[in-house]
Design a protein around this ligand. Structure first.
Ligand code: NDP
Length: 257
């Protein structure tokens, strides 16, 4: 389905990004994966190679999305190797907890830098290549972009910005044949929240609470998000652009009563 296509995925060393890399590999794509953790990325390279029908080995680029030179190097290295980009998956992201009373400006900058500025920068540099290939973009947003939750203020703001980025860039690039969409996952059991400060006990309780906070009564899994990313990037979604698609077990439709 994706043979001869070049798919660039940020934050592919774990969770949703790693699963997405595997899914595209299964479908025959040439994959470019980025992140900071070399060991984890090497592990994903191995798994993708095994899953690829033609045993294609992903191109691995170590990059901190908050360093402009690293972001430029992602596009340069990809074009040097493949001479094109068909699909860009802006997945790398971080979560930090905090309210208006407890979130420092450093935290705000870190979250907005990683979740908004860096995909803006990468997309800006990828755009001419996507226009050439009439390719498409899938942004990994969150239900927190569509609905409001206390104590994850900067994160909610960052994902709301990413949703608006998705719609605006979709309109800007539509005349050039480039589609731009987003997935908005609910809680997915990747461990992201632990990196954001929850300890094991709090994380376990948080996942248990998904029985009430998600209509389907459970957290989601990475592969339930990666399958939707692949769909949005595929010809099956040729008439979809500017969509922010909840992949959240119905959480976006809920309202406490
Ligand atoms: P993970 O923590 O498993 O994955 C995050 C990825 O982003 C890692 O591969 C990490 O790579 C990368 N990353 C983070 N910061 C940077 C940086 N500065 N430079 C380069 N890479 C970076 O979590 P998920 O898979 O859950 O998260 C993926 C996306 O899904 C995020 O955008 C997140 O906001 C979104 N999401 C997740 C939800 C969930 O419940 N899990 C719900 C809704 C949305 P490395 O550490 O190697 O740098």
């Amino acid at each position: 389905m994706f043979s001869n296509k070049v798919v660039l995925i940020t934050g592919a060393s774990s969770g949703i990004g790693a699963e997405t890399a595997k899914e595209f590999s299964k479908l025959g794509a040439n994959i470019v994966i980025t992140g900071r953790n070399k060991d984890k990325l090497n592990n994903v390279v191995k798994q993708c190679e095994e899953l690829s029908p033609n045993k294609l080995k992903p191109l691995l680029i170590i990059a901190d999305m908050n360093k402009e030179d690293d972001v430029e190097n992602i596009i340069k290295t990809t074009i040097d190797q493949f001479n094109k980009i068909d699909v860009l998956v802006n997945n790398a992201g971080i979560l930090e907890s905090g309210t208006i009373e407890t979130t420092s400006l450093e935290q705000y900058d870190r979250v907005m830098g990683t979740n908004v500025r860096s995909p803006y920068h990468l997309t800006m540099l990828a755009a001419p290549h996507l226009v050439k290939s009439r390719g498409n973009i899938v942004n990994v947003s969150s239900v927190t972009g569509m609905r409001s939750f206390p104590n994850v203020l900067a994160y909610c703001m960052s994902k709301a910005a990413l949703d608006q980025f998705t719609r605006c860039v979709a309109l800007e690039l539509a005349p050039k044949g480039v589609r731009v969409n987003a997935v908005n996952p609910g809680v997915i059991s990747t461990g992201l929240h632990k990196k954001g400060g929850m300890d094991d006990e709090q994380y376990e309780a948080f996942l248990k609470k998904c029985a009430d906070t998600h209509a389907l009564g459970r957290p989601g899994e990475s592969k339930e998000v990666s399958s939707v990313i692949v769909f949005l990037a595929s010809e099956g979604a040729s008439n979809i652009t500017g969509a922010t698609l909840p992949v959240d077990g119905g959480r976006h439709a809920m309202c406490p009563r």
